[in-house]
Design a protein around this ligand. Structure first.
Ligand code: AHG
Ligand code: MN
Ligand code: MN
Ligand code: MN
Length: 317
């Protein structure tokens, strides 16, 4: 029986239903903007930089505006924060929630037609006007998290704390349809994802783990592992949700806190991964337990099949 997102959302309380419904709408519009970029002149750099020191793509800014407008229209967010905005933006003073998002994840891939995505996280808002400090909540305080993957199909993957559910966009009816209920990550895997060009910077526990993965039949892990690296976190996490795996963006001598941002990459993905039976760690602690200190702070990320993350945590002890 086909279950459209709008029907599944009936299982959620009305605020959540409206917030997720609007976010889903934003993801449909972003999906179209990404798919049509070469036709609409939206490829390439915007000629501006973000607070992360990154060169912004035109689509980073286009996606950011779409998310701000579509999510803001539901009226439930009192403030929002984005990878592409230096600081928070005030929305509806009556709103009881905060939205944090990465409007276009993996945007270095967008001009070469490799999968990109959007990542979002919903937190509770304070009674009074939100400040940046109100966003500095641990990942355990998220009430919902999800991502859209603009790949060979466009998918929306959501958790509100009772499992992880995947919806595929049926363009003929313009609706996301439940295609992957109760996504769960296999506990074991033979597939790892890391940017191996950073290997000269790795710390000993990461170097040991990767060496063991690639040591082949004579090594301690026996048969070979496969390596994957898409350079879009959303694509890597989705692959892991479907068939298992472990994804690492660790800290190293060149990036003392790793590369990925806690509030709108690591935390939403960690909630999804834990809800799907996997694990996510910084190497020192579980991602969801990290107490944020800055809006755009970076954390090391090791997430995926729980037995592999447990091994990595042991190597870091
Ligand atoms: P974003 O495009 O939102 O800035 O995120 C890119 C991130 C993440 O999606 C990906 O896993 C990682 O950067 C890739 O990093 P490298 O380019 O260093 O491989
Ligand atoms: Mn970026
Ligand atoms: Mn990102
Ligand atoms: Mn981004």
């Amino acid at each position: 029986m086909t279950v459209p997102l709008s029907t599944w959302l009936q299982t959620q309380h009305s605020d959540m239903r409206q917030m997720l419904g609007n976010i889903a709408g934003a993801c449909k519009v972003i999906s179209n903007a990404v798919a049509r970029a070469a036709l609409s002149g939206a490829q390439g750099d915007a000629g501006s930089g973000n607070i992360q020191g990154e060169e912004q793509k035109k689509l980073d800014i286009i996606s950011n505006d779409i998310m701000l407008n579509w999510a803001g229209a539901c009226g439930h967010f009192s403030a929002m924060a984005s990878e592409e905005l230096d600081t928070i933006v005030q929305c509806n003073p009556q709103g009881r929630y905060l939205l944090v998002f990465d409007p276009l994840d993996g945007s270095s891939n967008v001009d070469v037609n490799i999968s990109v995505g959007s990542i979002f996280s919903i937190l509770r808002a304070p009674e009074q006007t939100p400040t940046e400090a109100d966003f500095l909540q641990t990942g355990r305080q998220q009430i919902a998290a999800g991502y859209a993957l603009y790949g060979s199909s466009t998918m929306l993957v959501i958790t509100t704390g009772t499992g992880v559910h995947g919806f595929t966009l049926d363009r003929e009816i313009g609706e996301f349809v439940l295609t992957h209920p109760e996504l769960t990550i296999p506990n074991d895997t033979r597939e790892f994802a890391i940017n191996a060009s950073n290997s000269r910077f790795w710390e000993a526990p990461v170097a040991r783990y990767i060496d063991e993965c690639v040591a082949g039949k004579s090594g301690p892990r026996g048969e070979n592992f496969n390596m994957r690296w898409v350079a879009s976190m959303v694509a890597e996490v989705h692959r892991i949700l479907i068939r298992g795996g472990v994804f690492l963006y660790p800290k190293d001598s060149a990036k003392p806190n790793g590369k990925l941002r806690l509030l709108y990459e690591a935390n939403p993905m960690a909630m999804i991964v834990e809800q799907a039976g996997g694990a996510s760690s910084t190497g020192q602690q579980l991602t969801l337990d990290v107490q944020p200190s800055q809006l755009h702070q970076r954390v090391p990320v090791m997430l995926g099949s729980k037995n592999e993350v447990a091994r990595l945590i042991r190597y870091h002890e």
